[in-house]
Write a protein of this length. Structure first.
Length: 312
């Protein structure tokens, strides 16, 4: 699909298919993986850009799984990759009315706790234990295209940065020690859970009172440590969110362990992005190459609460 396709006619055909007058359709700006179109008051169309076809297909499996445990996300009405109406895969979804929040929306902690009930179970290891009726039965859950994300190798990243001259040997030694101390606080042997993968303001819809109405865009969903789902929010927001999350969550991790794991991802991803080329014009706060590291610096210079203050 290219931008030169006659979208008005093609999108109009999808609108008519769903009983919507083409005069009620409007393109919404933004969207890296998909182009978005409002279809009247109740529906929303997302048309896949080239290279993101697998992500859109993945969403058709992830969204129903997330909704099955009570996560607020729009239902998928139709998925089509036939090219009959639009020469690209598309989905028609329920439209949720809301706006991008400027502050942490009420209810996000509970929604993430609901989502993280979905634990990865190796197919070769059937669960023979007494069933826990408080958790969803995922014995038959298969989510095609869902990748696994792990903890990465920050020590290797630091060595490479030192070799390439991005950090001096003394700073490299200090960073290596920091990751070693964080690792001592983290038990990484627990099951991976289903994460949204891009929990950030542009993927949240909130009502006028600041209540969360929907978590949208599941193209980065993965099986991963639950801490990874807090890695795209500023640390000030994460520190506010975690106590509520743990009240709703069935996580075996303490707040200290979870905070250490979240910090691990912020620091690791921030260092890995140092050599990247600038990416101007993006609205996400982590787009600039140094933003995440500077956010960590800012956070730890503002007297963060326990357990964060003990993680340096």
């Amino acid at each position: 699909m290219t931008e030169e396709l006659d979208f008005p006619d093609q999108v109009a055909a999808v609108a008519r298919r769903h009983g919507v007058d083409p005069g009620e359709l409007k393109e919404v700006a933004g969207g890296v993986a998909n182009r978005g179109f409002v279809l009247g008051d109740e529906l929303f169309l997302r048309v896949c850009r080239p290279g993101f076809e697998a992500d859109l297909l993945k969403e058709t499996h992830v969204v129903p799984a997330a909704r099955s445990v009570g996560v607020l996300t729009p239902a998928i009405v139709e998925y089509d990759d036939s090219g009959r109406l639009i020469a690209a895969p598309y989905v028609v979804m329920e439209r949720v009315h809301g706006t991008e929040p400027t502050d942490l929306p009420t209810g996000l902690a509970e929604q993430l706790a609901n989502l993280h009930q979905l634990e990865q179970r190796p197919a070769s290891e059937p669960d023979l234990s007494e069933p826990d009726l408080s958790k969803p039965d995922l014995s038959g859950l298969e989510l095609p295209g869902l990748a696994e994300d792990g903890w990465g190798d920050p020590w290797g990243t630091i060595d490479e940065l030192a070799d390439r001259g991005y950090v001096d040997p003394g700073t490299a030694s200090w960073l290596t020690g920091w990751f070693t101390r964080l690792a001592e606080r983290i038990d990484g042997s627990g099951p991976k859970v289903l994460i949204h993968g891009d929990v950030a303001a542009h993927n949240l819809l909130a009502g006028p009172d600041g209540d969360l109405r929907a978590l949208i865009d599941w193209g980065d969903a993965a099986w991963a440590p639950r801490a990874m789902d807090f890695a795209k929010l500023p640390l000030t927001q994460v520190a506010e969110l975690l106590p509520d999350y743990l009240r709703y969550s069935q996580s075996p991790e303490s707040e200290e362990e979870l905070a250490a794991a979240v910090l691990w991802f912020h620091l690791s991803w921030g260092l890995a992005k140092l050599p990247a080329a600038p990416w101007p014009g993006q609205r996400h706060w982590t787009a600039p190459t140094t933003s995440r590291l500077l956010n960590i610096l800012h956070f730890f210079t503002t007297a963060p609460p326990q357990p964060w203050s003990g993680l340096t």
